[in-house]
Design a protein around this ligand. Structure first.
Ligand code: MN3
Length: 246
């Protein structure tokens, strides 16, 4: 083989390797996350392994959902906080409850990313392996306000199914402990309306698409296997005490 053709082959091989590497690199960057920025907002670590909910929610979905989607909201917030440091030093509940007090140039970003941060922080908290069953005051409130567990789950799943496009289905809770099923689009939160979420399920496609594709109803049904009812009970008690976080 001449030196010329050998060099040609080497060049071709390098070119092929580069081409072959492209899809992987593109996939690794998707979904697009803002560059990680040190700042006041922190991604809360999961308290269980990403495969804890298989087969109901697969590990890959958990990794991408927590490590990329939620992480992107946190990174975006830290970028906004660079030029708006007061954002990082304010209580999340106060900011979300007073979005109209924000400057127009950051209002939209804060609504989406701080709403997303709050919603997902709640979401990871109220899920867990070996989550038990509803009991005590929470069960009594479900019976009283939501017509019992079976009707509650059916109505919650139906509301989540009706939410057009991306959004959330929540159970809101008042200081008196009264429960209601409510939905919100995008990353909006009941906190934005002066209400509080006891629990909620994410019906964005990123929450279920790898496993369930278009079958949101199947995901909504299976998700009940991931609920940590002792955490929900803690949140219920906190709501009545006026100390419920996001
Ligand atoms: Mn999500």
């Amino acid at each position: 083989m001449s030196a010329l053709s050998r060099r040609h082959l080497v060049t071709m091989a390098a070119g092929l390797a580069a081409v072959a590497a492209v899809p992987r690199a593109v996939f690794a960057q998707a979904p697009a996350a803002a560059p990680a920025a040190a700042g006041p907002f922190v991604l809360p670590p999961l308290t269980y392994p990403t495969n804890a909910f298989e087969p109901h929610i697969d590990a890959k979905t958990m990794e991408i959902h927590h490590g990329r989607h939620h992480a992107a909201y946190v990174a975006n917030l830290n970028n906004v906080a660079k030029t708006n440091p007061q954002l990082g030093s304010s209580a999340i509940l106060n900011v979300l409850g007073n979005l109209n007090a924000l400057n127009d140039d950051i209002k939209f970003a804060v609504r989406n990313n701080l709403g997303g941060h709050a919603n997902h922080t709640m979401f990871w908290e109220i899920m867990g392996p070996n989550g038990g069953k509803p009991e005590g005051e929470v069960l009594a409130a479900i019976d009283k306000d939501l017509g019992g567990m079976e009707k509650f789950q059916n109505d919650f799943n139906a509301a989540g199914g009706r939410q057009f496009g991306s959004g959330w289905v929540f159970v809101t809770v008042t200081k008196e402990g009264k429960l209601a099923i409510e939905t919100r689009p995008n990353q909006d939160s009941p906190i934005m309306d002066g209400k509080r979420a006891l629990m909620g399920n994410d019906v964005w496609e990123h929450a279920y698409y790898l496993n369930y594709q278009n079958r949101r109803a199947d995901y909504l049904k299976a998700w009940w296997n991931t609920v940590n009812w002792s955490k929900v009970a803690e949140r219920y008690a906190a709501a009545k005490a006026g100390t419920l976080g996001v």
